[in-house]
Design a protein around this ligand. Structure first.
Ligand SMILES: [Zn+2]
Length: 344
C-alpha cells in the first residue's frame, strides 16, 4: 500500500527567510496577491554560486523579499542561473529582473519560454478578438465580458520583460547542480511543457505546479488553443512520476513539502474522475461551459478564479468529447452547447 501523505514541516519561511529542506536545498516563500497567497521558490547550492528555481510574481513586495535574500545569501555566492518550471507569472514573473541583475541565463523548456515571451508581447487588438470569441463561445454574458477586456495585457502586467533568449532544457536531460545530478521530467496539462527537477541522490523532486499537495493544479483550456485537451495531457503526465522512490521528498510550488507522492498521484487522478462524473451529469441537458462551471464550482468565485474555473470546465468537457461521451454543437448565436452523447 502506498504511504499516506505527510507534511514534513510545520514551520513556514517568513518573507526574506530560507529554510533548508535537504542538503543544499533552501526553501523560500514569496507573497501572491490572490486567494492562493504564496508561492514556494527554491535555492540550490551550486558550487560557489546558487541556482534559483522559480522567481515570484513581478510585484514590489516580492522584489523586497528578494532584496533581503540578496543581502543575506548572495554576498559570498552569486547567482549562476535561473531555472523556471513554467511560464505562469508567479513562476516566470521576475525571471527577466533576476537574469538581468545577475547577468545569467534563463533556463526553461522551449514551450514555457516561448509561451511566456509570446503572451507577454501579444497585447494588441488581435488577441482581444480571440479572447472575446473564446469567452462568448463559453457562454459569458455582458457582465463577465467586461472582465475579459481587462485580460488583454494581464500577463504582461505581472511579469518583468521575459528575456529574449534562453537556455533550453529538455525532458530526460540531466543538469549538474552543485555536484549533483538533477533530471528534468517534463509534464503537461497545467502548462505546455512544465519542467520538474528530480535528484535521485537527495531523493528530492521539485514538482512545481504539476503536483500540489492540498489543491488540485489548475488544468484549463485557454483562448490561444481553444480545441486543446489538457486534462488528457495532465492525467498522462501523472504517470511519469510513478515509480520514483516511495520516500521521495516532494517540493511543490504551493503549500509545504511532503512525502507520499504515490498517494497524491492517486488522489489527483480520482479528483478528476469525480469532476468528469459531475460534468456528465451537468450535460444531461444541453449546457454551456458556464452552466457546467456552476455545477463544478459551488463556492463563490472571485474574478481571478472565474477564468481558471471556466478553463477547467472546458478541460473536462473536451476530455469527455474526445472519448465520445459528450457532443458539442453551436447555437445560432455562436455559443457552444454540450450534451451527453447518450442523452438523446
Ligand atoms: Zn502554474
Amino acid at each position: 500500500m502506498p504511504d499516506s501523505l505527510r507534511y514534513v514541516t510545520e514551520r513556514l519561511p517568513e518573507s526574506g527567510e530560507t529554510i533548508t529542506v535537504a542538503p543544499g536545498v533552501l526553501w523560500l516563500r514569496m507573497p501572491l496577491p490572490f486567494r492562493l497567497n504564496h508561492i514556494n521558490l527554491w535555492l540550490l547550492e551550486d558550487g560557489d554560486g546558487w541556482t534559483i528555481v522559480d522567481t515570484g510574481i513581478a510585484l514590489d513586495n516580492v522584489k523586497e523579499a528578494w532584496e533581503k535574500i540578496f543581502a543575506t545569501h548572495f554576498t559570498k555566492r552569486s547567482v549562476k542561473r535561473v531555472i523556471v518550471t513554467h511560464f505562469h507569472p508567479d513562476h516566470m514573473g521576475l525571471a527577466g529582473w533576476l537574469t538581468e541583475r545577475f547577468g545569467v541565463e534563463l533556463w526553461a523548456t522551449l514551450g514555457e519560454w516561448a509561451c511566456g515571451r509570446m503572451i507577454s508581447l501579444d497585447t494588441g487588438e488581435g488577441i482581444l478578438k480571440i479572447l472575446r470569441r473564446f469567452y462568448h463561445e463559453a457562454g459569458f454574458g455582458a457582465d463577465r465580458m467586461a472582465l475579459v477586456e481587462k485580460r488583454r495585457a494581464r500577463y504582461a502586467q505581472q511579469v518583468s520583460p521575459i528575456p529574449a533568449r534562453h537556455r533550453r532544457i529538455d525532458d530526460g536531460e540531466t543538469i549538474e547542480i552543485g555536484g549533483r545530478d538533477w533530471r528534468i521530467i517534463v509534464g503537461s496539462g497545467h502548462s505546455p511543457e512544465h519542467a520538474c527537477l528530480y535528484c535521485a541522490d537527495l531523493g528530492v523532486l521539485i514538482s512545481g505546479d504539476q503536483i500540489l499537495p492540498r489543491i488540485s493544479p489548475n488544468v484549463s483550456v485557454w483562448p490561444q488553443e481553444p480545441e486543446a485537451n489538457p486534462l488528457r495531457r495532465y492525467l498522462d503526465s501523472l504517470e511519469l512520476f510513478r515509480g520514483l522512490p516511495a520516500k521521495v521528498l516532494v517540493l511543490p510550488s504551493h503549500d509545504t513539502p511532503f512525502t507520499g507522492l504515490e498517494t497524491r498521484l492517486d488522489q489527483l487522478a480520482h479528483h478528476h474522475d469525480d469532476r468528469l462524473d459531475d460534468t456528465l451529469v451537468a450535460c444531461t441537458e444541453p449546457s454551456t461551459a458556464v452552466d457546467v462551471l456552476g455545477r463544478l464550482f459551488k463556492r463563490q468565485l472571485d474574478d481571478h478564479e472565474l477564468f481558471f474555473a471556466i478553463g477547467e470546465s472546458l478541460a473536462h468537457l473536451h476530455f469527455l468529447m474526445a472519448g465520445g461521451g459528450i457532443e458539442r454543437r453551436r447555437r445560432d448565436d455562436g455559443v457552444h452547447l454540450f450534451r451527453r452523447a447518450d442523452a438523446r
